[in-house]
Design a protein around this ligand. Structure first.
Ligand SMILES: *[C@@H]1O[C@H](CO)[C@@H](O)[C@H](O)[C@H]1NC(C)=O
Length: 451
């Protein structure tokens, strides 16, 4: 007969062992073979959705099949013909709370095939585990990570309190006018009662993930100079080209002052006004090129200017009228595009990063819980679809979980390391848990709706 204490001791040990075992490998959450997860990503990358002729049909079919395999409610629809959206829904236990929307675009930018070491739509994996493909960073990785995170959470038995939407949209790479812009204004979007949006960010060359709370807006400026035409041999003042070049010199000094602040580490790229000359147009055409002994009466230059929402754009407009294209120098200007830095309420189009926006702290918490590091909030240097949701006054955060990765979006040989991709799925699992379990502040949210 065993002493009773020994029996109790054995039972305790057995219970302890079972607890440890179940903690190590909960039966529902048995980890999936990572190579399967990566192979699904590669399958998505192989669908050629490059502008200007993206194969949206195939992408939609693929996403719908993925949704079926994890029993997610799914629907696909077009607002503009041939430009489909897919919306996947994971209903929360409290559908009255505003929902969480994870957003990605399915299209990618074109490639110069010959400049790639591996074909851009084969998703080749090299010995180091790098997956080469157009869209591997921008942003098919994020769309698939959203889906894979949901897949893992469903397997683990997790139940969201808030409803979660995973949205795939068309046309971001050509401005989103037939995509996100119309979607943000649609009944379908209003019915989703979205409380927060996660959209794309950028890769980070260091160990800290980058997070974006706003973006610069494009001002596409054309300045035009006129002047008396004359013989190419004659020296005289105020030719069209002389007038234009005075402006270009001034603009260039401004460009240098902005760039110097970035180079000195005083400001981030998204915090300065960038100015780049994109065309120069002058001269009198001849059958063999240009007339060489004639000074033209007109000259033009085009600039892509990007303004941070926090910049003093009034002073910039003054600078433009007084120095860049002054009427007294016989200059005129026009904007090919001039986006507003304000929303309809007259506020800068940015997402708050302080305590007035609980979603910011929750995002950082979610990332930290997955052992990720977060950099300081940034302004996205170019445009993303997030602006259409920010314009509605919704919090929208740009985040693509790619640390220790060179920034290769729109570049040749775009790639993402498969280990980094898999890590990103864990990060999104953690964020989804944090976001969809958040019930506080619902009074504040409904207040926003009433305002
Ligand atoms: C502007 O145009 C007027 C009229 O042609 C001319 O008299 C004047 O010198 C020009 N000024 C400059 C700065 O080009």
């Amino acid at each position: 007969m065993m002493p009773i204490q020994a029996v109790i001791g054995d039972v305790c040990r057995l219970v302890l062992l079972l607890v440890i075992l179940s903690a190590c490998s909960p039966p529902l959450a048995a980890a999936e073979d990572p190579s399967l997860i990566v192979s699904r990503f590669r399958e998505y990358l192989r669908i050629n959705t490059a502008q200007p002729k993206p194969n949206y049909r195939e992408a939609v079919d693929f996403i719908l099949a993925q949704a079926r395999s994890i029993s997610l409610e799914a629907k696909s629809f077009e607002i503009v013909d041939g430009k489909p959206f897919v919306i996947l829904k994971w209903p929360g236990t409290n559908p009255r709370l505003p929902s969480v929307m994870l957003y990605s675009h399915t299209d990618v930018v074109p490639v110069e095939q010959s400049k790639w070491d591996h074909p851009p739509f084969e998703a080749h994996v090299d010995e180091e585990g790098r997956i080469f493909a157009r869209g591997s960073q921008d942003m098919k990785c994020v769309g698939m990570q959203h889906l894979e995170a949901v897949r893992q959470l469903k397997r683990s038995g997790f139940e969201p309190i808030r409803t979660l939407y995973v949205v795939f949209s068309p046309d971001e790479e050509i401005g989103g006018h037939d995509g996100a812009e119309k979607f943000a204004d649609s009944e379908a979007f209003r019915e989703m009662n979205v409380g927060v949006v996660l959209d794309e960010g950028l890769a980070s060359p260091n160990e800290k993930y980058r997070v974006f709370y706003g973006e610069r807006v494009p001002w596409w400026l054309v300045i035009k100079a006129t002047g008396a035409p004359g013989h190419g041999a004659k020296l005289y003042d105020n030719t069209a080209l002389e007038n234009l070049f005075k402006s270009i010199e001034t603009i260039w000094r401004f460009r240098t002052s902005q760039f110097d602040m970035v180079k000195a580490g005083l400001k981030a790229e998204g915090e300065v006004v960038s100015v780049n000359m994109v065309f120069l147009k002058a001269g009198t055409p001849s059958p063999t090129g240009f007339v060489m002994n004639l000074q033209p009466s007109e000259a033009e230059a085009g600039f892509d200017i990007r303004i941070p929402p926090t910049a003093d754009h009034k002073s910039l407009e003054r600078r433009l009228a007084e120095e860049w294209a002054p009427i007294w120098r016989n200059m005129t200007f026009e904007f090919k595009q001039k986006a507003s830095v304000y929303n309809q309420h007259g506020e800068p189009v940015i997402t708050a990063t302080d305590s007035s926006n609980p979603w910011w702290a929750l995002l950082e918490e979610g990332i930290r819980k997955a052992n990720g590091l977060v950099g300081k909030p940034e302004i996205f240097p170019a445009s993303t679809d997030a602006r259409y949701f920010r314009l509605l006054g919704l919090p929208a955060i740009g985040f693509s979980p790619m640390a220790n990765t060179p920034i290769l979006l729109h570049d040749h040989n775009e790639y993402l390391d498969q280990a980094e991709y898999l890590k990103g799925i864990k990060v999104f699992e953690s964020i989804i848990k944090t976001y969809t379990s958040f019930v506080g502040d619902s009074s504040k949210e409904s207040l926003r709706d009433e305002l």
